[in-house]
Write a new protein. Structure first.
Length: 240
């Protein structure tokens, strides 16, 4: 293993060159790796700019789940894995030891998933579950790197029909899913970097969720509009 004897800090260009070369030879794949990480940095910078939205989502999620509502989460492929990651943080815990909250990743019930897909088509695999499980005041989170998946668009419509709040976590805007949801967190970048950004976004929502639980009352979100729910006016975030 080589050791650096020069104690001077490396600037960005020198760090990049050092990352992709060894003994003057370019390492196979190293340049592509460094470029991928650099692209992820751009996505995370955009996510940093969404901190206020994430804080509001976490606060609203804490309020709703503490009052007996449920979180339903759906996605396809890697986004399905991220959906299950998200719900596990709430049913289990993220950082703090606290009571569990009701959160369901909709792809987890494989018998329902395959039965619905067989009888009603793939487009309905999540929408029909949302119709079955969602109640007014529940929160539905839909994750999609493209924002174009037909089964998630159907899910957004089902959430609205159930009077549940629908949030989309997507790739670059504009996209159909962001337009169909009540609010959306849209990140720039290629599919892989967006998906990696979604992992950080999920953890950031959990940070905001547990911070809100530690307060006696959730904060009022900026740019909130009044959203009627069961005859009661509630503050509902809409960054549009």
């Amino acid at each position: 293993m080589s050791r650096r004897t020069d104690a001077r800090p490396l600037d960005g260009a020198r760090r990049f060159d050092r990352a992709v070369t060894s003994g003057g030879r370019t390492l196979t794949g190293a340049r592509e790796v460094a470029e991928h990480i650099a692209a992820l940095t751009d996505t995370l910078v955009a996510l940093h700019g969404e901190a206020s939205r994430i804080a509001c989502w976490g606060g609203m999620l804490a309020e709703r789940l503490s009052n007996g509502h449920r979180l339903l989460v759906a996605g396809n492929g890697g986004s399905a894995a991220e959906a299950q990651h998200f719900t596990a943080e709430l049913v289990g815990r993220f950082r703090d030891d606290r009571r569990p909250f009701s959160a369901i990743a909709l792809h987890g019930d494989t018998s329902s998933l395959t039965a619905i897909g067989n009888d009603y088509g793939y487009e309905q695999i999540y929408a029909r579950q949302i119709t079955a499980h969602a109640r007014p005041g529940d929160i539905v989170v839909l994750l999609s790197t493209s924002g174009c998946s037909s089964n998630l668009l159907a899910s957004a419509a089902a959430a609205r029909q159930a009077d549940a709040v629908c949030w989309a976590v997507t790739g670059p805007a504009p996209n159909p899913l962001a337009a169909a949801a009540d609010d959306a967190l849209c990140l720039p970048g290629a599919t892989a970097t967006v998906q990696e950004g979604h992992l950080v976004a999920v953890h950031a929502i959990c940070v905001a969720f547990e911070a809100a639980l530690s307060r006696t009352a959730p904060p009022v979100c900026p740019h909130a509009v009044v959203h009627p729910l069961d005859g009661v006016d509630e503050l509902f975030l809409r960054h549009r």
